[in-house]
Design a protein around this ligand. Structure first.
Ligand code: ZN
Length: 246
Protein backbone atom coordinates (compact mmCIF):
# COMPACT_ATOMS: atom_id res chain seq x y z
CA UNK A 1 0.00 0.00 0.00
CA UNK A 2 1.35 3.45 -0.93
CA UNK A 3 1.70 6.12 1.76
CA UNK A 4 -1.17 8.06 0.19
CA UNK A 5 -3.42 4.98 0.16
CA UNK A 6 -2.53 4.27 3.81
CA UNK A 7 -3.30 7.89 4.69
CA UNK A 8 -6.64 7.79 2.87
CA UNK A 9 -7.56 4.66 4.76
CA UNK A 10 -6.58 6.36 8.04
CA UNK A 11 -8.62 9.43 7.07
CA UNK A 12 -11.69 7.26 6.48
CA UNK A 13 -11.52 5.55 9.90
CA UNK A 14 -10.40 8.70 11.69
CA UNK A 15 -13.41 10.68 10.49
CA UNK A 16 -15.75 7.90 11.67
CA UNK A 17 -14.12 7.95 15.12
CA UNK A 18 -14.43 11.73 15.26
CA UNK A 19 -18.08 11.76 14.16
CA UNK A 20 -19.01 9.23 16.83
CA UNK A 21 -16.97 10.99 19.52
CA UNK A 22 -18.65 14.28 18.59
CA UNK A 23 -22.07 12.71 19.23
CA UNK A 24 -20.91 11.62 22.67
CA UNK A 25 -19.26 15.00 23.37
CA UNK A 26 -22.55 16.71 22.52
CA UNK A 27 -24.42 14.68 25.13
CA UNK A 28 -21.60 15.20 27.65
CA UNK A 29 -21.58 18.97 27.20
CA UNK A 30 -25.40 19.11 27.45
CA UNK A 31 -25.12 17.17 30.69
CA UNK A 32 -22.43 19.40 32.16
CA UNK A 33 -24.41 22.54 31.35
CA UNK A 34 -27.43 20.98 33.15
CA UNK A 35 -25.11 20.20 36.08
CA UNK A 36 -24.12 23.87 36.24
CA UNK A 37 -27.79 24.90 36.26
CA UNK A 38 -28.47 22.56 39.19
CA UNK A 39 -25.49 23.99 41.09
CA UNK A 40 -26.68 27.57 40.46
CA UNK A 41 -30.27 26.76 41.53
CA UNK A 42 -28.95 25.02 44.62
CA UNK A 43 -26.77 28.01 45.55
CA UNK A 44 -29.78 30.31 45.18
CA UNK A 45 -31.86 28.11 47.47
CA UNK A 46 -29.08 27.93 50.07
CA UNK A 47 -28.80 31.71 50.05
CA UNK A 48 -32.58 32.12 50.48
CA UNK A 49 -32.51 29.71 53.42
CA UNK A 50 -29.61 31.54 55.02
CA UNK A 51 -31.44 34.90 54.78
CA UNK A 52 -34.51 33.25 56.30
CA UNK A 53 -32.47 31.95 59.24
CA UNK A 54 -30.93 35.40 59.81
CA UNK A 55 -34.36 37.06 59.84
CA UNK A 56 -35.70 34.49 62.30
CA UNK A 57 -32.63 34.86 64.53
CA UNK A 58 -33.01 38.67 64.57
CA UNK A 59 -36.69 38.35 65.54
CA UNK A 60 -35.79 35.87 68.28
CA UNK A 61 -33.08 38.13 69.72
CA UNK A 62 -35.48 41.07 69.85
CA UNK A 63 -38.13 38.90 71.53
CA UNK A 64 -35.58 37.77 74.11
CA UNK A 65 -34.60 41.38 74.78
CA UNK A 66 -38.25 42.33 75.10
CA UNK A 67 -38.63 39.43 77.57
CA UNK A 68 -35.87 40.81 79.78
CA UNK A 69 -37.55 44.24 79.75
CA UNK A 70 -40.78 42.56 80.78
CA UNK A 71 -39.03 40.89 83.75
CA UNK A 72 -37.60 44.26 84.87
CA UNK A 73 -41.03 45.87 84.62
CA UNK A 74 -42.52 43.04 86.71
CA UNK A 75 -39.92 43.46 89.43
CA UNK A 76 -40.53 47.23 89.45
CA UNK A 77 -44.24 46.52 89.86
CA UNK A 78 -43.48 44.51 93.02
CA UNK A 79 -41.38 47.46 94.30
CA UNK A 80 -44.18 49.84 93.38
CA UNK A 81 -46.75 47.87 95.39
CA UNK A 82 -44.41 47.79 98.39
CA UNK A 83 -43.67 51.49 98.49
CA UNK A 84 -45.65 53.95 100.55
CA UNK A 85 -43.77 57.11 99.64
CA UNK A 86 -45.42 59.19 96.94
CA UNK A 87 -42.08 60.52 95.53
CA UNK A 88 -40.61 56.99 95.35
CA UNK A 89 -43.86 55.75 93.77
CA UNK A 90 -43.65 58.39 90.98
CA UNK A 91 -40.01 57.58 90.20
CA UNK A 92 -40.75 53.84 89.88
CA UNK A 93 -43.85 54.48 87.79
CA UNK A 94 -41.86 56.78 85.47
CA UNK A 95 -39.15 54.14 85.06
CA UNK A 96 -41.77 51.48 84.28
CA UNK A 97 -43.26 53.71 81.60
CA UNK A 98 -39.87 54.26 79.94
CA UNK A 99 -39.14 50.54 79.97
CA UNK A 100 -42.55 49.73 78.52
CA UNK A 101 -41.94 52.18 75.65
CA UNK A 102 -38.64 50.49 74.86
CA UNK A 103 -40.35 47.13 75.07
CA UNK A 104 -43.07 48.19 72.62
CA UNK A 105 -40.37 49.36 70.23
CA UNK A 106 -38.57 45.98 70.44
CA UNK A 107 -41.85 44.09 69.91
CA UNK A 108 -42.65 46.07 66.79
CA UNK A 109 -39.13 45.48 65.39
CA UNK A 110 -39.48 41.74 66.14
CA UNK A 111 -42.80 41.67 64.32
CA UNK A 112 -41.21 43.38 61.33
CA UNK A 113 -38.51 40.69 61.15
CA UNK A 114 -41.09 37.92 61.49
CA UNK A 115 -43.11 39.40 58.60
CA UNK A 116 -39.94 39.54 56.47
CA UNK A 117 -39.12 35.94 57.42
CA UNK A 118 -42.57 34.83 56.23
CA UNK A 119 -42.06 36.58 52.89
CA UNK A 120 -38.63 34.93 52.68
CA UNK A 121 -40.27 31.54 53.25
CA UNK A 122 -42.27 32.08 50.04
CA UNK A 123 -38.99 32.72 48.18
CA UNK A 124 -37.60 29.47 49.57
CA UNK A 125 -40.63 27.62 48.24
CA UNK A 126 -40.07 29.13 44.76
CA UNK A 127 -36.33 28.42 44.86
CA UNK A 128 -37.00 24.81 45.91
CA UNK A 129 -39.44 24.28 43.02
CA UNK A 130 -36.90 25.82 40.62
CA UNK A 131 -34.09 23.63 41.94
CA UNK A 132 -36.25 20.48 41.70
CA UNK A 133 -37.14 21.31 38.11
CA UNK A 134 -33.42 21.76 37.26
CA UNK A 135 -32.65 18.42 38.90
CA UNK A 136 -35.30 16.73 36.73
CA UNK A 137 -33.77 18.27 33.60
CA UNK A 138 -30.29 17.20 34.68
CA UNK A 139 -31.49 13.65 35.32
CA UNK A 140 -33.05 13.51 31.84
CA UNK A 141 -29.77 14.73 30.29
CA UNK A 142 -27.86 12.16 32.31
CA UNK A 143 -30.14 9.36 31.14
CA UNK A 144 -29.72 10.45 27.53
CA UNK A 145 -25.94 10.72 27.90
CA UNK A 146 -25.67 7.26 29.48
CA UNK A 147 -27.96 5.75 26.85
CA UNK A 148 -25.93 7.28 24.03
CA UNK A 149 -22.70 6.15 25.60
CA UNK A 150 -24.03 2.59 25.91
CA UNK A 151 -25.31 2.67 22.31
CA UNK A 152 -22.05 3.73 20.75
CA UNK A 153 -19.41 2.50 23.21
CA UNK A 154 -18.84 -0.83 21.45
CA UNK A 155 -18.80 0.69 17.97
CA UNK A 156 -16.43 3.43 19.11
CA UNK A 157 -14.03 0.93 20.71
CA UNK A 158 -14.09 -1.11 17.48
CA UNK A 159 -13.39 1.98 15.36
CA UNK A 160 -10.55 3.06 17.64
CA UNK A 161 -8.93 -0.33 17.17
CA UNK A 162 -9.38 0.04 13.40
CA UNK A 163 -7.86 3.50 13.57
CA UNK A 164 -4.81 2.16 15.42
CA UNK A 165 -4.37 -0.52 12.78
CA UNK A 166 -4.70 2.06 10.01
CA UNK A 167 -2.19 4.33 11.76
CA UNK A 168 0.40 1.53 11.95
CA UNK A 169 0.40 1.44 8.14
CA UNK A 170 1.53 5.08 7.96
CA UNK A 171 5.20 6.04 8.54
CA UNK A 172 5.83 8.05 11.73
CA UNK A 173 6.67 11.36 10.06
CA UNK A 174 3.60 11.30 7.81
CA UNK A 175 1.43 10.17 10.73
CA UNK A 176 2.53 13.14 12.83
CA UNK A 177 1.77 15.46 9.92
CA UNK A 178 -1.65 13.86 9.41
CA UNK A 179 -2.53 14.16 13.10
CA UNK A 180 -1.54 17.80 13.24
CA UNK A 181 -3.56 18.72 10.10
CA UNK A 182 -6.51 16.59 11.26
CA UNK A 183 -6.61 18.48 14.56
CA UNK A 184 -6.42 21.79 12.71
CA UNK A 185 -9.32 20.90 10.38
CA UNK A 186 -11.53 18.85 12.72
CA UNK A 187 -10.46 15.57 11.17
CA UNK A 188 -10.58 16.75 7.58
CA UNK A 189 -6.86 16.23 6.87
CA UNK A 190 -6.91 15.35 3.18
CA UNK A 191 -8.10 17.05 0.03
CA UNK A 192 -8.61 15.71 -3.44
CA UNK A 193 -6.98 17.58 -6.31
CA UNK A 194 -9.62 18.89 -8.70
CA UNK A 195 -8.71 19.17 -12.33
CA UNK A 196 -10.07 22.35 -13.88
CA UNK A 197 -8.22 22.08 -17.15
CA UNK A 198 -5.64 19.42 -18.00
CA UNK A 199 -4.62 21.33 -21.11
CA UNK A 200 -3.88 24.50 -19.13
CA UNK A 201 -2.56 22.49 -16.22
CA UNK A 202 -5.07 24.12 -13.87
CA UNK A 203 -5.71 22.26 -10.64
CA UNK A 204 -7.27 23.32 -7.35
CA UNK A 205 -7.42 22.03 -3.80
CA UNK A 206 -10.78 20.24 -3.34
CA UNK A 207 -11.13 21.59 0.20
CA UNK A 208 -10.17 25.27 0.03
CA UNK A 209 -10.36 25.76 -3.76
CA UNK A 210 -6.99 27.47 -4.01
CA UNK A 211 -5.25 26.98 -7.33
CA UNK A 212 -2.33 24.61 -7.02
CA UNK A 213 1.08 25.18 -8.61
CA UNK A 214 1.61 22.75 -11.56
CA UNK A 215 4.60 21.20 -9.76
CA UNK A 216 2.25 20.00 -6.96
CA UNK A 217 0.24 18.03 -9.50
CA UNK A 218 3.37 16.75 -11.20
CA UNK A 219 4.77 15.53 -7.88
CA UNK A 220 1.55 13.72 -7.04
CA UNK A 221 1.19 11.98 -10.37
CA UNK A 222 4.82 10.84 -10.48
CA UNK A 223 5.40 9.76 -6.91
CA UNK A 224 2.85 8.21 -4.58
CA UNK A 225 5.33 8.03 -1.70
CA UNK A 226 5.90 11.76 -1.25
CA UNK A 227 3.44 13.93 0.56
CA UNK A 228 2.28 17.14 -1.06
CA UNK A 229 0.32 19.61 0.98
CA UNK A 230 -1.98 22.37 -0.20
CA UNK A 231 0.03 25.61 0.08
CA UNK A 232 -3.02 27.39 1.48
CA UNK A 233 -4.87 25.05 3.89
CA UNK A 234 -2.01 22.53 4.48
CA UNK A 235 -4.25 19.51 3.78
CA UNK A 236 -2.55 16.46 2.30
CA UNK A 237 -3.41 16.32 -1.38
CA UNK A 238 -4.38 13.20 -3.29
CA UNK A 239 -5.52 12.32 -6.80
CA UNK A 240 -8.55 10.20 -7.48
CA UNK A 241 -6.70 7.79 -9.76
CA UNK A 242 -9.82 5.76 -10.58
CA UNK A 243 -11.50 8.88 -11.92
CA UNK A 244 -8.31 9.78 -13.75
CA UNK A 245 -8.26 6.35 -15.45
CA UNK A 246 -11.77 6.87 -16.76
ZN1 ZN B 1 -6.36 23.68 0.36
Amino acid sequence: MSVIAALRNLQRVDSQVRALSTRLDGAASALSSREREVAAAHAKLTEAESIHRQLQASAKNLEAESGSFKARIESLRVELNATSKKSQYDIILGEMGTLQEKRDELDSQALEFMTKAEAQQARITDATAHRDERVRRRDAAKAEHDQRQADIADRLAELRREREEAAIQVPAKELALFNSIADEHEGDAMAEVIELSARHREYTCGACNVELPPRSYAALISNHETITCCPSCRRILFLDLAAKAE
